[in-house]
Design a protein around this ligand. Structure first.
Ligand code: HEM
Ligand code: HEM
Length: 183
């Protein structure tokens, strides 16, 4: 099994990290919307706890993804894009990595500065790092939501670009993110 990325391909660590992250981002967004729609009560609390717990996993995955890129860099693009498009694509991926880390980080500050403890799937309580601070809590709730508004268009274009590569350009951009290809 090829764990590390090659010059022209992604290894298992990148592929598994990418798809678990993608699945969890969708789940966390769905839970966030549900949590916002529900009236105050047990179900809303359960949804908030689920949102925070899944978000904490995403924080770990984002840290792994960023560390992995810092260690091994990005593989060469699979297409024949010119230098400008390559720069934009690279910046786009860095932007995605930054925002998927900023999402749980800002969510953590929002939750931790609030009155409630942050539980991890009811298994244990996360350390209370930030003292209760209403102003900070409100501000970071806003920042957290604003970050999500930035992330959504980045993701939409990212997904459309991946599909364009596959269905219109017929190159290996998408398939090399689905399984390890011979470099
Ligand atoms: C929904 C959450 C998603 C996030 C946060 C995300 C994030 C990223 C990031 C950061 C990269 C850069 C490589 C890396 O660091 O691992 C990447 C690459 C890639 N993603 Fe996504 N992605 C998501 C969903 C998707 C979906 C749904 C598709 C397919 C339709 C897709 C297709 C790809 C492909 C093909 C690459 C490789 C691009 C290349 O060859 O350079 N991604 N993604
Ligand atoms: C990638 C991970 C995350 C994503 C995509 C995400 C997304 C969102 C979204 C879209 C909302 C807005 C709900 C709405 O008002 O409609 C929200 C709210 C919230 N999230 Fe997250 N979140 C993530 C991680 C976290 C984490 C790790 C925590 C805490 C440990 C957290 C705490 C909160 C809190 C406290 C709110 C309520 C803010 C409010 O009611 O205005 N989030 N999240």
């Amino acid at each position: 099994m090829q764990l590390r990325d090659g010059i022209r391909n992604f290894g298992t660590v990148s592929i598994v990290n990418h798809w678990i992250t993608a699945l969890l981002i969708v789940a966390v967004f769905a839970v966030a919307i549900l949590m916002d729609e529900l009236p105050r009560g047990q179900l809303r609390s359960d949804m908030r706890a689920l949102h925070n717990s899944l978000g904490i996993i995403l924080l770990v995955l984002a840290a792994t993804g960023i560390s992995w890129r810092l260690i091994s860099g990005f593989p060469e693009p699979a297409d024949n894009a010119g230098p400008w498009l390559r720069r934009i694509t690279r910046a786009w991926h860095i932007g995605l990595l930054a925002l998927i880390a900023a999402m749980p980080a800002t969510g953590w500050v929002a939750a931790d500065s609030g009155r409630r403890a942050i539980e991890f799937f009811g298994l244990f309580t996360m350390p209370d790092i930030i003292a209760t601070n209403r102003g900070l809590h409100r501000a970071f709730e806003e920042v957290h939501v604003v970050v999500s508004y930035l992330l959504i268009p980045l993701l939409v274009v990212h997904i459309l670009a991946a599909l364009k590569h596959h269905y219109f350009d017929h190159d290996v951009t998408l398939t090399r993110m689905l399984r390890v290809r011979k470099a």
